[in-house]
Design a protein around this ligand. Sequence first.
Ligand code: SF4
Length: 88
Amino acid sequence: MTRYEVSVEKDACDGIFACLTRDPRFVEGEDGLATIDPNADPIYDCEGDVTDTPERVVAAFDDDRIDEARQAAAACPTDAIVVEEVGE
Ligand code: SF4
């Protein structure tokens, strides 16, 4: 298991939603920008703590899906998604 944080910078997000197809934990928020919902993926039982501020959405996970989050980050044309390992 890897502990990691996924953040979406709202200023940078353009609502293009390339991220959604790479990692189903990314969803469209009420503001038309990407947000993170750990419960949005019916296939995996994943848990995460989500903090939503005016600047960014940050979600902390402790699972083996960091590669999916990284693929979503790589697919984002505006580099709005940052994935960081935060230790074991
Ligand atoms: S791919 Fe990037 S710009 Fe598009 S919705 Fe996702 S985070 Fe926002």
